[in-house]
Design a protein. Structure first.
Length: 157
């Protein structure tokens, strides 16, 4: 007996803003919007129950307005990977959408970037899965000069 990861719920202050950000990052669309109090996003082609039973699929994300502010470091985070371009190009795109670099103690010399969405929820941008890019990424301090660095601010990229 097994289960499938069907969805993730995120408590937030502004569901519409966060949903728009994650739709742009993941290529998702809004499936349901309940007056901005609850916004559900998912793949543009929803799966049916039979398909979900046969294999893992991309989960839906539900953003729910809550009155309390986020506090502390996330105990769970998403790892996202580019599928049609390089990591550096995707980093610039995601920063332009409103993400920012964060330091959660990951240290230097990592092949991934720790970022935060517009409400401060941490996530990682990991290696690209795009054709011609799916190789082991060198640590940031060994990447070409045009590669955005972890220490750069979003305005600098």
């Amino acid at each position: 007996m097994t289960c499938r990861f069907e969805g993730l719920t995120v408590d937030c202050a502004d569901p519409r803003t966060l949903a728009a950000f994650w739709c742009a990052v993941l290529g998702y669309t809004v499936g349901e919007d309940r007056d901005g109090e609850l916004v559900e996003i998912g793949p543009s082609e929803p799966s049916d129950l039979a398909e979900l039973r046969t294999r893992p699929l991309a989960p839906e994300i539900l953003f729910v307005r809550v009155p309390e502010a986020r506090s502390g470091k996330n105990r769970l985070h998403l790892d996202v990977c580019p599928i049609d371009g390089g990591q550096a190009e995707e980093l610039r795109r995601i920063l332009a959408l409103g993400a920012r670099h964060v330091d959660i103690g990951q240290g230097e010399g990592r092949s991934w970037y720790v970022l935060a969405d517009p409400e401060g929820n941490e996530f990682c941008l990991v290696r690209s899965l795009a054709e011609g890019h799916f190789v082991d990424q060198p640590p940031h301090d060994q990447q070409p000069d045009d590669q955005p660095r972890r220490s750069e601010s979003p305005e600098a990229t």
